[in-house]
Design a protein around this ligand. Sequence first.
Ligand SMILES: NC(=O)c1ccc[n+]([C@@H]2O[C@H](COP(=O)([O-])OP(=O)(O)OC[C@H]3O[C@@H](n4cnc5c(N)ncnc54)[C@H](O)[C@@H]3O)[C@@H](O)[C@H]2O)c1
Length: 690
Amino acid sequence: MTATQTRSFQQQIAEGIPAALPPAKPLDPSVSHAPRRVVEGVLSDEEKVLAIQNALRYFPPQWHRELAAEFADELHRYGRIYMHRFRPDYPMHARPISEYPARSRQAAAIMLMIQNNLDPKVAKHPHELITYGGNGAVFQNWIQYRLVMHYLAKMTDHQTLVLYSGHPLGLFPSHPEAPRVVVTNGMMIPNYSRKEDWNRFNALGVTQYGQMTAGSFMYIGPQGIVHGTTITLLNAGRRMGLGDKDLRGRVFVTSGLGGMSGAQARAAVITGCVGVIAEVDGDAIRQRVTDGYILQENVYADLGALIERLEACREAREAVCLIYHGNIVDLWERFARDHVRVELGSDQTSCHNIHDMGYCPADYTFEEAKQLLIQDKTAFLEAVAQSLRRHAAAVNELCARGMYFWDYGNAFLKEAGDVGAAVFKPGEQPLKPGEIRVIASPYRYPSYVEDILGPLCFDYGFGPFRWVCCSGDPADLEKTDRIAGEVLDNLLQEAPEEIQGQIRDNILWIRNAQQNLPVVGSYSRILYADSEGRMRISKAFNDAIARGELAGPVVLGRDHHDVSGTDSPFRETANIYDGSRYTADMAVHNAIGDSFRGATWVSLHNGGGVGWGEVINGGFGLVLDGSPEAERRLHAMLFWDVNNGIARRAWARNPHAISTLSRTMEAYPELEVTTPFLADARMVEEILKG
Ligand SMILES: NC(=O)c1ccc[n+]([C@@H]2O[C@H](COP(=O)([O-])OP(=O)(O)OC[C@H]3O[C@@H](n4cnc5c(N)ncnc54)[C@H](O)[C@@H]3O)[C@@H](O)[C@H]2O)c1
């Protein structure tokens, strides 16, 4: 940016709500837009008035008449009031931290993260402030964005900014050790947390769905999930005896090239398999071609041609990702009919958002389905239900021939089961509304956390640790990659055998990360590490900043999808079998504990991944600036942020968590956790029988 552009950017940030009403903005057709949300029959006429009155609260009365008409139009057209007129004119992307106008460095780092989450290269529907997952919002409207940036620009380290679902409640006096920002998203009274409630209360402008990292500004593009997907694929392969090191010559079929699902394309190639991904939306395919995640020449609209290429790639053991531009149901049915051999299968349509175009029904193009949703929601939902039943039937056929299928945390089994698809174990019935299974899952397929990530990663403390280089200098990313690799090399020397495999996978990952991952948005990286790994890597970064080896501060964070960050019975805590997987104490404690142990910002969300009402999750950001305070904070916070979950998983009797906990208690005598005695189930049964 030129000096003049920087000045103008800084002035606009500092201004917040503009002094003069900016001109209205037409919808920009060059970016992908959120589907229209249906409010007819959801908001009464009186509630529509309330939604507009709510929106007008941000503005002086002399603008109300003009804005009321415009907001009414937005509510009618889009089902939401995004306040498009107030979208800033400056380009939206993370800038080097020095370019943000701020009195607090920590606040400047948060501004950088917010802009990254709204960058059109990163966000799925940037102009509706949706980062990923169809409805994962950073803010509800553009005036909230402007106000938050304004507060961040003026705040000091003696204040904390409070955000209620995107709405900045304001700056409150605090102290330098407190978080600079505390975020909640979608926190509802439990009885009012059904999917329909989100639509209604979000339309009223009083809550939002923050997904996981979107509403906490910690999304770092699909690269953030490439690593987790790679690990899931490799371990799924190991489970099925398909190869220890890679998946060459094996076929993996799935769907979705969206915010997270797009990562499957890179992960497939990294593992060496033949990946096949169905995607209905041409925009999503184009975005992934632009990002360098897939190649245009591998996109097929014709299934016959795709199968021919697949067989050639299988034969040549080529690492490749083939894309079918069409519906996943058509693909599965054709593969079943033609007896195409598939070893691994999954699904990553946005089933968590099934009522709102997260899943495109078969026999409709993406556009036709959007129209149907607007015109006749009942018919749309019936088409989705039929499609899910066909979807499951075709998957079942391939599994009967040996395919290993898993639910990828998108609520596929739940939604398919709810509409009567054949996804249950023999003898199991579809769950009645509100019915829960405490002990074993009723589904015939596992969730990826039950079989893979839970027992092999989370129970050992391994989870998606990430960092962002705030200098905006690519050299910093290279240096941090090198530093992290060296720390992991050293850790491997002293690690017990049970976690050496995990560390090795991550050493390989970090050594190849630069070449495997095109940078999308900020200079950021992810790897899986346990609490010791996270603390040592972070300390090494902080030391490197203090020595001047890194050009700027580093933001630490993680996906909420982690050891302790999320309570979600069908996903992160799916491998908890003591009945507590329907509780949310761990995630809530985690956010509270992070907040007073040194996090720069913390967040707590309802929804995320599997859907509104189905999960409570939280995250943090922690700014490293090379100071001794940052070193103290990183130790206190990261230790808690992992070991909270290990202690809970151990109490739930998960064997790997018990061994990890006892190792940690030996190393840190000040940690003293209540540990379980194991009672013999047969003995208890006999006693009960009398
Ligand atoms: N990648 C992960 O590790 C991970 C982990 C947990 C959960 N998830 C879940 O995976 C889902 C996808 O997340 P996302 O951010 O990519 O969402 P997204 O909405 O950005 O992408 C989903 C994609 O699926 C496509 N799609 C929908 N129906 C289809 C159909 N019938 N056939 C083919 N394509 C279809 C959509 O066009 C869209 O591009 C979410 O439910 C998310 O919560 C992903």
